[in-house]
Design a protein. Structure first.
Length: 132
């Protein structure tokens, strides 16, 4: 009987953690979509890439970044899926470092990008979550 109660509490905490994470992602997605009233989501991501390019180089960025260089959703089913499922991360706060591509070609490139990030651990309901 005691084990069943403990299991119920554990499941409730797990459910709360999942719900909290989902709320954060949905909030980002809602913000992104509400900010794109004057254009498409792709246009909004393009503007974000343009801002990041300008900030990274310290120079005037190209007039319009080619979104296909970042995430070729027209030719790659996997890139399209990443863009659709995780698109909110591409319009996160300007404090979040965007990856140079939405789909890394290999593990080495992924690890190189991740090694350059400033990451902080945040305890959420007893689990450590690593965030930028």
């Amino acid at each position: 009987m005691f084990e069943l109660s403990w299991m119920n509490i554990a499941m409730q905490r797990f459910s709360f953690t999942i719900a909290a994470c989902l709320a954060v992602v949905l909030t980002g997605a809602i913000t992104a979509f509400s900010q794109t009233a004057s254009g498409t989501f792709v246009d909004f991501v393009s503007k974000r890439l343009l801002t990041d390019e300008k900030r990274a180089t310290g120079q005037q960025a190209s007039s319009k970044p080619d979104i296909t260089n970042f995430c070729n959703v027209d030719k790659s089913v996997v890139a399209r899926r990443i863009f659709i499922e995780y698109g909110a991360m591409f319009v996160a706060s300007n404090e979040v470092t965007l990856p140079p591509l939405c789909l890394f070609p290999d593990e080495k490139t992924t690890q190189l990008f991740q090694s350059r990030l400033t990451i902080k651990a945040a305890p959420i309901d007893g689990s450590e979550i690593r965030l930028q």
